[in-house]
Design a protein. Structure first.
Length: 202
């Protein structure tokens, strides 16, 4: 007899849940100067720092050895779009599905009166590729077996987050998102994003 062993999905949801709670807390701690414009320039707070942002997901780099880079372009005070590239650098990931590469497009809408910072919701699309590892145990022959299949898929999803910008342009962006793959039976049904992005606005 052969049985499948899968990682409980509840454990995978604990970290995103914690991060979402932290996002709200971090945003509530930032000084509230919404709607105040510079009397000389007429700009909102942080608007004069620029519209471009580069950042790296420090959490994924430290936790699972993945390089997750992001470029974000602020459209106006209420919205931005971003492109994210994911490269899995470590092969020591113990999971049923391993994402080797992904490119993500994201649109964010902010609810703060300041310039493209504060609490936001986002929608994303993701193209990802990787391997699906299937672990089985053959009780008749008393051996364990591992099979892997490559996958490439397209996902749609949404999420929430909070972005903090210092007066010098330093950026800290905390977010969590969840989506669904649509095309391939060998790919994970659900895709998740847990991000602690550190970077700079210019």
């Amino acid at each position: 007899m052969v049985t499948n062993q899968k990682t409980p999905i509840v454990k995978k949801l604990l970290l995103p849940l914690f991060l979402i709670i932290f996002c709200f807390h971090a945003q509530s701690q930032q000084e509230d100067e919404d709607g105040k414009r510079n009397e000389e320039t007429g700009l909102l707070q942080n608007e004069n720092l620029g519209k471009n942002e580069l950042s790296i997901n420090a959490l994924s780099l430290i936790a699972i050895g993945a390089l997750d880079l992001s470029y974000e372009r602020n459209i106006n005070e209420d919205s931005s779009w971003s492109t994210e590239l994911w490269f899995q650098l470590s092969d020591e990931i113990n999971d049923d599905f391993v994402r080797d590469f992904a490119i993500t497009g994201k649109y964010k809408h902010f609810f703060s009166s300041n310039y493209a910072r504060g609490f936001y919701v986002h929608a994303f699309t993701m193209i990802s590729s990787g391997k699906n590892y299937d672990y089985n145990y053959d009780y008749e022959n008393n051996i364990s077996m591992e099979e892997d299949e490559s996958f490439t898929d397209f996902a749609l999803g949404f999420g929430i987050g909070g972005k903090l910008i210092s007066s010098g342009g330093f950026k800290a962006d905390f977010s969590g998102g969840i989506g669904r793959n649509l095309l391939n039976d060998n790919s994970p049904t659900i895709v998740g994003q847990v991000m602690v992005n550190l970077g700079y606005r210019f």
